[in-house]
Write a protein that binds this ligand. Structure first.
Ligand code: ADP
Ligand code: MG
Length: 625
C-alpha cells in the first residue's frame, strides 16, 4: 500500500516467528485462545478506564464489551474482533514488533529447544502464535486517542503500518484478520471454532459470539413449471407443527398472491459461545473438579493436562467481604526462586465487583506464597478510584490476612488427605479407595516443588511461623529415607528429651558419618538432617516448636542425659583441658571442654551457640543462599 510505513521486527521476534512458522508443533489450536485472551485483556482495560470516565466507552455498539468471531470461507479469512481499548499507532509498533518482557532471548531459546508452544501465553508472546495457522495477518485497530490503523505482516522479518482509509471504521477496538494457510482449512469450520472456544476460552468474562450460518426455509417465487407447492410446504415444515398452522392460513391467502415455494437459504446470526457467569461467584458445591481444573489452566495460562495440586474456593464475610479461589499449581515454575528478593511477584488477580482491576497487586499475598495462582473478587473495595489509591486501601490488609490463613489451611489439607503422610497404626486404617490413590504422595510432591517457599515463609512471616513449621518436612536419622514432620518427631521423642536435635550439612552420606551423631545415635536420639542451604537461614528464625527448643548438635549447648562419669572425667582431665586451651591460640577456639557427645571419635570442633555452624561458613563462602 502506498501510505504504508515499513518496520523490522526486533531480532528475537523474528527468531520466534521463524520458530513458529517452521514448527512441527501439532497443537495449532492454541492461536485462538491467545487471540481471545488478548481481546479479553483489552476489554478489561477499557472497562477499568470506564470506572472513572464513562465517556471512554462511547455509545451504542461501541459500548458493548464483547468479542466477535467471523469467517470468510471463500477468502479463507478468520477474524476476531473486540471492542477493547485498541492500539494507537505507537502501541502497534511497540506491542506487535518487540517483546517487552525481560529475558527475551532465554525464552525464545526455550521455545526452540522444548518445541512446546503451549507455554507461549505465559511468556507474553501469545500473539505470534497466529503464524501457526496464517501466512498473512492484518491487525486493524482503533484507540480512542488515535486514528484507525492497519498493521500487517507476512512473517518475513518485517511489518507495515498504514492509516486505515479503506476498511469499515471500528469505532473502538481491534480486529485481527488471519489469512489462513491452505493446511489450516479446519479453522474455517464453525464447529471447530465452537469446540475450541468451549475447550480453552470457557472462562473468559466477556461474551464471545460466532457469526454462525443457519439454514432456514424462506418463501421464494415458485417456478413456472412447479405443479403443486403444497407438497413442498408439508415436507419442509413437517417437523414443526406450530409453523404448519401458520402455513395453512397463509395457504388460504395465497390464492390472491403469486405462487411461492419453500427454499433453503443461509442466513447468519451471532451465536453466544460461552457462559459468562464467573465461576467464583458460583457456589463451590455446583462447580465440578473438571471445571476448577479448566479454570486453573486458563488463569495460569498453563494448558498442560496436569491438575492443580489443590484449590480452595471460599467466601469471606465480615467487615471485608470477598470471594476467592486459590490454586496450588502442579509444578513450580523454573524461575520461582531466581532473584527471589528483587523481583515483584504476584499471581493473584484482583476484581472488584466482577471488574478486573489488576494482577500486579503484590499486597494481596506475601512473597513466599507467590507461587499460588488465583483470584479475589471483593465487594467492599471501592470501584471508582485509581489503582494506586486502591493499593493503599485498609481492607487489603484484612484480605491478605484471610488469604494467608486459607492458603495455609489448603496446604495443610494436602498433607491431611495424603495417606502416605500418616504413620504406623493410622496408616493401616487408611482405606485406600481410588480417590486416595490420587492423593497418595501428594504432600511429598508438594514439598518437592514448593517446600522452599514454606521455609522462606518461616523466615518472613513471624505471625504464622508455627502454622508454617507444622508444614515442614525433612529427613532424619530415623525417617528411613522418607520425609517426616516435627509433630512426628515429637511423637518419637525419648522420655525426658527436651530439645529437638538437628544437624546441617550438604548431603546425607556426609551427615550420617558425622562424629556429632555418634553418641546421639547410640543413645537412640533422633536427629533431623537439614541439607538445603536455606535451612541454615531458616534455623536462625525457628527457635522452638511446641515448647521444644531446637538444638544444633554441632553447636555448644547440647545436653544429653547426665553421664555419672562426666564429673569425674572433668576432674581427671582438668589439667589437660587447661593446657590444651592455652596451646591453641585464643582467636581459634573459645574453650576446650570435656564432652559427652562423642563415642569413638576422640575430639571434635563445636561451634559456639551464636556462631555460624561449619555448614553456614561454607554457604557464606560459596554465596549460594
Ligand atoms: P501478552 O498478551 O502476554 O502481553 P501477546 O503477544 O499476546 O502478549 O500480546 C502482546 C501485546 O499486544 C499485548 O500486551 C497488548 O498490548 C497488545 N495486544 C494484542 N492483542 C490486542 C488486542 N486485541 N487489543 C489491544 N491490544 C492488544
Ligand atoms: Mg496475550
Amino acid at each position: 500500500r502506498s501510505n504504508a510505513e515499513k518496520f523490522e521486527f526486533q531480532a528475537e521476534v523474528s527468531r520466534l516467528m521463524d520458530i513458529i512458522i517452521n514448527s512441527l508443533y501439532s497443537n495449532k489450536d492454541i492461536f485462538l485462545r491467545e487471540l481471545i485472551s488478548n481481546a479479553s485483556d483489552a476489554l478489561d482495560k477499557i472497562r477499568f478506564l470506564s470506572l472513572t470516565d464513562k465517556e471512554v466507552l462511547g455509545e451504542g455498539d461501541d459500548a458493548k464489551l464483547e468479542i466477535q468471531i467471523k469467517l470468510h470461507k471463500e477468502k479463507k479469512i478468520l477474524s476476531i474482533r473486540d471492542r477493547g481499548i485498541g492500539m494507537t499507532k505507537e502501541d502497534l509498533i511497540k506491542n506487535l514488533g518487540t517483546i517487552a518482557k525481560s529475558g527475551t532471548s532465554a525464552f525464545v531459546e526455550k521455545m526452540q529447544s522444548s518445541g512446546d508452544l503451549n507455554l507461549i501465553g505465559q511468556f507474553g508472546v501469545g500473539f505470534y502464535s497466529v503464524y501457526l495457522v496464517a501466512d498473512y495477518v492484518e491487525v486493524i485497530s482503533k484507540h480512542n486517542d488515535d486514528k484507525q490503523y492497519v498493521w500487517e505482516s507476512k512473517a518475513d522479518g518485517a511489518f507495515a503500518i498504514s492509516e486505515d482509509t479503506w476498511n469499515e471504521p471500528l469505532g473502538r477496538g481491534t480486529e485481527i484478520r488471519l489469512h489462513l494457510r491452505d493446511e489450516a482449512g479446519e479453522y474455517l469450520e464453525e464447529s471447530k471454532l465452537k469446540e475450541l472456544v468451549k475447550k480453552y476460552s470457557e472462562f473468559i468474562n466477556f461474551p464471545i459470539y460466532l457469526w454462525e450460518s443457519k439454514e432456514v426455509d424462506v418463501e421464494a417465487p415458485a417456478d413456472e413449471d412447479e405443479t403443486t407447492d403444497e407438497e413442498d410446504t408439508s415436507e419442509s415444515t413437517s417437523s414443526d407443527e406450530g409453523e404448519e398452522d401458520s402455513e395453512k392460513s397463509e395457504d388460504e391467502e395465497t390464492e390472491k398472491k403469486p405462487k411461492t415455494k419453500k427454499v433453503k437459504e443461509t442466513t447468519y446470526e451471532w451465536e453466544l459461545l460461552n457462559d459468562v457467569k464467573a465461576i467464583w461467584l458460583r457456589s463451590p458445591k455446583d462447580v465440578t473438579d473438571e471445571e476448577y481444573t479448566k479454570f486453573y489452566h486458563s488463569l495460569a495460562k498453563d494448558f498442560g493436562d496436569e491438575k492443580p495440586m489443590a484449590w480452595s474456593h471460599f467466601t469471606a464475610e465480615g467487615d471485608v467481604e470477598f470471594k476467592a479461589i486459590l490454586f496450588v499449581p502442579p509444578k513450580a515454575p523454573q524461575d520461582l526462586y531466581e532473584s527471589y528478593y528483587n523481583t515483584k511477584k504476584a499471581n493473584l488477580k484482583l476484581y472488584v465487583r466482577k471488574v478486573f482491576i489488576s494482577d500486579e497487586f503484590d499486597e494481596l499475598l506475601p512473597k513466599y506464597l507467590s507461587f499460588l495462582k488465583g483470584l479475589v473478587d471483593s465487594d467492599t473495595l471501592p470501584l471508582n478510584v485509581s489503582r494506586e489509591m486502591l493499593q493503599q486501601h485498609g481492607s487489603l490488609k484484612t484480605i491478605k490476612k484471610k488469604l494467608i490463613r486459607k492458603a495455609l489451611d489448603m496446604i495443610r489439607k494436602i498433607a491431611e488427605e495424603d495417606p502416605d503422610e500418616s504413620t504406623g497404626k493410622e496408616k493401616e486404617e487408611v482405606d485406600k479407595s481410588s480417590d486416595d490413590d490420587e492423593k497418595n504422595g501428594q504432600y511429598a510432591k508438594f514439598w518437592n516443588e514448593f517446600g522452599k517457599s514454606i521455609k522462606l515463609g518461616i523466615v518472613e512471616d513471624a505471625t504464622n511461623r508455627n502454622r508454617l513449621a507444622k508444614l515442614l518436612r525433612f529427613e532424619s536419622t530415623k525417617s528411613d529415607g522418607k520425609l517426616t514432620s516435627l509433630d512426628q518427631y515429637i511423637s518419637r521423642m525419648k522420655p525426658g528429651q527436651k530439645d529437638i536435635f538437628y544437624i546441617t550439612g550438604t548431603n546425607k552420606e556426609q551427615l550420617e558419618k558425622s562424629p556429632f551423631l555418634e553418641r546421639l545415635k547410640k543413645k537412640n536420639y533422633e536427629v533431623i538432617f537439614f541439607m538445603d542451604p536455606v535451612d541454615e537461614y531458616l534455623m536462625q528464625y525457628l527457635m522452638d516448636y511446641e515448647d521444644k527448643k531446637f538444638q544444633n548438635v554441632s553447636k555448644e549447648g547440647l545436653k544429653l542425659e547426665k553421664d555419672s562419669k562426666t564429673k569425674e572425667l572433668k576432674e581427671t582431665f582438668k589439667e589437660l583441658t587447661k593446657w590444651w586451651k592455652g596451646a591453641l591460640a585464643s582467636e581459634n577456639v573459645d574453650d576446650v571442654k570435656i564432652s559427652n557427645r562423642l563415642d569413638n571419635t576422640p575430639c571434635v570442633v563445636v561451634t559456639s551457640k551464636f556462631g555460624w555452624s561449619a555448614n553456614m561458613e561454607r554457604i557464606m563462602q560459596s554465596q549460594t543462599l
